[in-house]
Design a protein around this ligand. Structure first.
Ligand SMILES: Nc1ncnc2c1ncn2[C@@H]1O[C@H](COP(=O)(O)OP(=O)(O)O)[C@@H](O)[C@H]1O
Ligand SMILES: [Mg+2]
Length: 431
């Protein structure tokens, strides 16, 4: 079967690897990603939103299935380019991806259908309304309605240090977008739950915890995600009930979208927070997480192309995962996230990685004359799976020196110290 993957990055690199195991891979990407290109029969380096060109190319190649990966392309309706041509697609339509690109749509759906796990919130379009609601809530999260690459949300007490700063940010967003989402500030441990969806039902992937802050000890500015870990069916601070509640919320959301005539086919990503009042929804995404895709896809026991085909056909097949622990750490350019140093050459000791059993997936890089270069964004992810989290973490750390270039990473992700802190936090909240 010929399968077309649209998008590039470390998340797409592991998707490409999984797809190419049992099908002929074709890829479309805006800049040449050497990892995905080398796994592909053919690659089109072109703007994926140029629907005439990419649609024609897919037809010419005779692809039987398409997967569009990144949020930005889902928002622009790249899935629809292919479904309009009658090609089966395993990613959400522009309209279904609205669950991610329009936070007011997602929250209004939750409110209107009384889906559990929704914090107190309001979408406001005037400073007066904002002032009133902020004074009612006290501690808040201020959220732009649209996509911001994970860099738009500001939290009182963290990024906003007075009511004046909160309202200043609200007013800036109202001016820019016409409205802003204000939510009660929640406290707890966050986790990610991803699921394969066929418009009707879902197949869950193991839960994962990501690390958004740039520096060790969860300090510093937000990033796209510095790394993540998983520990089988549950994370160390979770109970089975938490997982069941989160799954129930995702199932309800899918059902309500279907009932509205907006069925969701693709990867539904639930970002949850385990609070003293149970599981709450932080947001939904319409795609795999990056890094979380790597934690789960490395454990996949079913052929990914088979799963995608069954989703596209509306009849999800059973999906299995091995029960191992995983650790992912991102190597990022010097100066990241504020001013990542681009155009620096990076070399990888492939044989050394092979010997250690650690996988490497290339992120935001490009290739020129056979040399791989950094961009301003995350460079490469190292991924390991093992019986225990400690083994997986040690393996990743021992492989860091096999990647050369002006890069750095967070040493604490997946370590006992950080995880005991998280468990202690969750325990304190529950008391
Ligand atoms: N209501 C909330 N209370 C506390 N923290 C929040 C809340 N909403 C979001 N956050 C924090 O902000 C981060 C980003 O928010 P999110 O809604 O996921 O937006 P995005 O990922 O699109 O930037 C979350 O990962 C979480 O850490
Ligand atoms: Mg988020």
């Amino acid at each position: 079967m010929k399968v077309l993957l649209v998008g590039s990055g470390a998340r797409e690199h592991i998707i490409a690897e999984q797809l190419s195991k049992s099908s002929e891979l074709y890829s479309i990407m805006p800049k040449k990603h050497p990892g995905i290109a080398s796994l592909s029969e053919e690659t089109l380096v072109h703007d994926p939103t140029d629907s005439a060109v990419v649609g024609q190319w897919a037809k010419e190649k005779g692809v039987a299935l398409v997967f569009v990966s990144p949020d930005g392309l889902l928002e622009k309706g790249v899935t629809d380019t292919f479904s309009d041509l009658g090609i089966p697609v395993a990613s959400p339509s522009k309209s279904a991806a609205r669950i991610e690109w329009d936070k007011s749509y997602a929250r209004n759906l939750m409110k209107a259908k009384e889906i559990p796990g929704c914090p107190r919130l309001k979408v406001v379009s005037s400073l007066e309304e904002a002032r009133e609601f902020v004074s009612e809530l006290g501690e808040v999260a201020v959220k732009p309605i649209g996509l911001t690459g994970g860099k738009g949300v500001k939290i009182s007490g963290e990024h906003l240090n007075s009511e004046e700063e909160i309202l200043g940010y609200c007013s800036k967003l109202i001016e820019q977008d016409g409205s802003v989402l204000i939510e009660e500030r929640l406290e707890g441990e966050e986790f990610t739950l991803q699921a394969f969806c066929d418009g009707n039902g879902l197949a869950l992937m193991p839960p994962v915890q990501d690390h958004k802050r740039a520096f060790e000890g969860d300090e510093g500015p937000n990033t796209g995600g510095m790394g993540s870990y998983s520990t089988g069916k549950l994370l160390p601070f979770m109970e089975q009930k938490d997982l069941d509640d989160a799954k129930g919320i995702m199932q309800r959301t899918l059902m309500e979208m279907k009932n509205e005539g907006n069925p969701f086919t693709g990867i539904l990503y639930g970002q949850f927070m385990l609070t003293r009042d149970g599981v709450k929804v932080i947001e939904f995404n319409a795609r795999f997480g990056d890094p979380e895709a790597m934690n789960v896809l490395i454990l996949l026991g079913t052929e990914l192309s088979e799963v995608f085909l069954s989703m596209a056909n509306g009849k999800l097949c059973p999906v299995s995962f091995s029960n191992e622990c995983t650790v992912v750490k991102y190597l990022v350019p010097e100066g990241y996230p504020l001013e990542g140093k681009a155009d620096q050459p990076v070399t990888v000791d492939e044989e050394g990685l092979w010997n250690k059993g650690v996988k490497l997936y290339l992120g935001s890089v490009y290739e020129k004359e056979g040399v791989t270069y950094t961009t301003t964004s995350r460079t490469a992810a190292l991924v390991s799976k093992a019986e225990t989290r400690q083994e997986a973490e040690n393996a990743v750390e021992s492989a860091i020196s096999l990647v050369s270039g002006p890069l750095w990473h967070r040493k604490d992700i997946g370590t006992d110290e950080l995880i005991s802190r998280r468990m202690e936090h969750a325990r304190r909240l529950k008391q």
